[in-house]
Design a protein around this ligand. Structure first.
Ligand code: DP6
Length: 408
């Protein structure tokens, strides 16, 4: 039996991918740029075993056996195996390619966080497959065929997914554009909103936007290309203030085209808008004080949770402001309200108290905050105890059913 275990990170786009030019190959209508987040707080983990004794391909996701029929998973499997056979490895690879496969995958972060777990899930699957079959070179091209945004989780730091021009998608891949510490000591706060509305998934939402939104045509033709250039320049110049402004503008534009979709795709809720307004009020204070290097910025994916990028120097006061403006529900005492990196909330200045109180919300509008940072790309775990599959049987060590959404 041959076994590999890997972890892969979540990424959050600052120039959004929204809309495909080819649905089958998952080719986007524009380039996108993202930050990869630290795997200490959030990651997908996948163990893959192959053995001549396995009688069929099997797949377990978050503790539950699932069908491997999913065409996106099949595309990833086919593409890695195709590359492996092309390499004609000297070892027994040609044999191993005919062995059946067992895949076991899970997330280490609560699915209640509602974060796009498919990016981490597919990046992890493809990375582990690549390790298993000894496939070298860029795997973002393969991960893209699982879920578009997954191609950016194959690398750490700031990553750009190039939309490419070719019809067969061969030039649509991701590349790192800056290492994790490019903006030193950058922190990320994810504000997990209490929200029970049923969401339209990204795949369907973006399809409807492309089919019905005129504003989307404007985005593709007039704004997003030059904004991506401006973002690359802001990154190159380490211009944090500019980076913040572009990030918020692009998030707002993505949600505007969602709203312009027929029927509208509504992802942000009242809490999301309150968080966004608070970020702008905070930035007004920093700008008035001539301290634009301590500005912060939000971005929202296809859900109500704000992801806020914050310079480390002000992260504790920003968490303090958020906790004051969005107090925890008194009934959720068992769970810490601020998770992740240890955060000591300071006594806030009068100005910051006023800022938080200006639009303070009733308790419980946010479930909790995750304090994390920017991180690196997928990792290989060599310690055999980290495997999700039993080395003797190739079956999951823990066959418990975990409640939650699919990460693949
Ligand atoms: C809003 O990658 O989940 O997070 O390619 O259809 O699987 P598919 O969509 P997905 O879309 C993510 C969109 C987004 C913005 C982004 O990550 O760029």
């Amino acid at each position: 039996m041959k076994t590999v275990t890997c972890t892969a990170p979540v990424n959050i786009a600052v120039i959004k991918y929204w809309g495909k030019r080819d649905e089958m190959l998952i080719l986007p209508l524009n380039d996108s740029i993202s930050f990869t987040l630290s795997q200490d707080e959030m990651c997908a983990k996948t163990t893959i075993s192959i053995s001549p004794t396995f009688t069929e391909d099997r797949f377990w996701l978050n503790g539950k056996e699932e069908s491997l029929e999913n065409p996106r998973i099949q595309n990833c499997l086919k593409e890695v195996r195709r590359r492996a056979s092309k390499r004609k490895l000297e070892d027994s690879a040609s044999d191993t390619l005919s062995w059946h496969i067992h895949i076991c995958s899970e997330n280490n972060f609560p699915t209640a966080a509602g974060l796009a777990s498919s990016a981490a899930g597919y990046a992890c699957l493809v990375y582990a497959l690549g390790q298993l079959y000894g496939v070298e070179g860029d795997l973002s091209y393969v991960a893209r065929q699982g879920s578009g945004s997954a191609c950016r989780s194959v690398y750490g730091g700031l990553v750009r997914w190039y939309m490419g021009q070719a019809d067969d998608g061969t030039d649509s891949f991701a590349r790192p554009v800056a290492p994790p510490h490019h903006f030193p000591d950058l922190r990320v706060i994810i504000c997990v909103a209490n929200d029970s509305r049923k969401k339209i998934g990204s795949t369907i939402g973006m399809r409807q936007t492309v089919q019905t939104s005129q504003l989307m045509q404007y985005r593709i033709k007039e704004t997003v290309v030059s904004r991506t250039d401006d973002m690359m320049k802001a990154i190159e110049d380490k211009n944090w203030s500019e980076f913040c402004d572009i990030t918020m503008t692009d998030s707002n534009e993505m949600h505007a085209v969602c709203q312009d979709t027929n029927p509208p795709c509504v992802y942000m809720n009242d809490t999301s808008h309150s968080v966004a307004a608070l970020v702008h009020r905070y930035n007004d204070i920093k700008t008035a004080a001539g301290d634009v290097s301590h500005k912060i910025c939000y971005t929202f994916d296809a859900g109500p949770n704000a992801c806020i990028f914050v310079p480390g120097a002000v992260v504790e006061e920003v968490v303090g402001v958020l906790v004051r403006a969005f107090p925890p529900s008194p009934t959720s005492n068992s769970v810490p309200y601020v998770t992740g990196i240890t955060t000591h909330i300071p006594e806030l200045s009068r100005e910051l108290k006023n800022l938080a109180d200006e639009d303070a919300q009733p308790c419980g509008h946010l479930k909790y905050l995750i304090h994390t940072k920017v991180g690196d790309g997928p990792r290989i775990l060599t310690d055999p105890t980290s495997s999700l599959l039993d080395p003797a049987t190739g079956l999951p060590k823990l066959q418990k059913e975990v409640e939650g959404e699919s990460n693949l």
